[in-house]
Write a protein that binds this ligand. Structure first.
Ligand SMILES: CC(C)(COP(=O)(O)OP(=O)(O)OC[C@H]1O[C@@H](n2cnc3c(N)ncnc32)[C@H](O)[C@@H]1OP(=O)(O)O)[C@@H](O)C(=O)NCCC(=O)NCCS
Length: 308
């Protein structure tokens, strides 16, 4: 019998217990279970609509699963994530489906809307669980990787580091223009970037800006995952202002980011990209990246529900 506890705000003990569960799942799956936005919701306090569901089973002093619901800042899409302890995943366990049902009920009670359920390395079991709850296959996200350094191609683009407290406005303008269509990366505001600047991994020296004609033309923001073994360098966000696209800047910005990561001592680079983002996938393949695995968003529209 699974017991679900609902949390609107997380205390330190809750975060610690859930972090342990997330760590166990990350080791078992070789993949972090919560997306970055969701992790920030958990540790920094949720965005609007935040709810966490902690699953307990008799005889276990630790949570056996966790689900989280939060609402996107720019477009109101609900993000749902479900994590099950690796020892509670046998075919008879209902932890995952109970958590998913509770999370979707919560969305309904909060007025309903469009939902994304992100699953890392999806299996047919995930397809079935999503379908049983009225969700269908939506976006696929590739994680692409390549070894470092890049031989035979010079990183020759002039860049300078991001200056916290000064560059936010110009950066937001370019980011939001380039990602106007993107559900998570578009529509950022000052709060969104300042939350990233407070993260322990944030390093302005690895956040490279390129200026042309007296304005910001593009950027390559890197992130070092020093807690992974081996450590991995990520091309975290890269974009070229639409006015400057198609002139080879994107390629040179990625090369600048890869060069920075290689100089920081990393042997491996990775990035996430929407499978349908043809210009970006073509660019990365061209630069020697290959797909390591796929993450999938199951999508659906949840109707508003009256409280029981
Ligand atoms: C992806 C992006 C950074 C590319 O920047 P860019 O300066 O326009 O790209 P480049 O001129 O350097 O082109 C490099 C390669 O990208 C690919 N590419 C660029 N635009 C493309 C398009 N419209 N269709 C298909 N491939 C395209 C090609 O492989 C191209 O190589 P080629 O010139 O030999 O054909 C830019 O389109 C962008 O900012 N997009 C919005 C933000 C984004 O999607 N970022 C990536 C998220 S993971």
């Amino acid at each position: 019998m699974v017991h679900l506890e609902v949390k609107r705000r997380m205390g330190e003990e809750d975060v610690a217990a859930i972090s342990t569960l997330l760590h166990l799942a990350a080791v078992a799956d070789d993949h972090r279970p919560l997306g970055e936005h969701q992790w920030l919701d958990l540790v920094q306090g949720g965005r609007r609509g935040f709810a966490g569901f902690v699953a307990w089973e008799p005889g276990h002093s630790h949570p056996v699963g966790y689900a989280q619901v939060s609402r996107g800042e720019s477009n109101g899409t609900w993000a749902v994530e479900v994590v099950v302890d690796p020892h509670h995943r046998d075919a008879t366990s209902t932890v995952g489906s109970d958590l998913l049902r509770a999370a979707l009920d919560e969305v309904g009670r909060a007025g309903g809307g469009h939902v994304h359920l992100w699953v890392a390395k999806p299996t047919p079991h995930h397809d079935e669980m999503a379908a049983a709850n009225g969700l269908s296959k939506g976006r696929d996200l590739y994680q692409m990787r390549r070894p470092l350094p890049v031989a035979g191609e010079a990183a020759d683009l002039a860049t300078r580091p991001f200056r916290p407290g000064q560059d936010e406005e110009a950066w937001l303008e370019v980011n939001n223009r380039a990602f106007a269509w993107h559900p998570e990366q578009g529509g950022w505001d000052l709060t969104t970037i300042q939350r990233r600047e407070r993260e322990p991994w944030f390093d302005p020296d690895g956040f490279l800006l390129h200026e042309e004609e007296g304005r910001l033309a593009g950027f390559c923001w890197t992130k070092v995952h020093s807690d992974l073994s081996p450590p991995i360098g990520e091309i975290y966000v890269i974009a070229v202002d639409p006015d400057f696209q198609g002139r080879g800047l994107g390629r040179r910005l990625v090369l600048a980011g890869l060069d920075w990561l290689a100089r920081a001592g990393l042997d491996l680079a990775m990035l996430y990209v929407d499978a349908s983002n043809e210009p970006a996938v073509a660019l990365y393949r061209n630069l020697g990246f290959t797909v390591d695995h796929t993450d999938r968003a199951y999508v659906g529209d949840i109707p508003p529900r009256r409280p029981r």
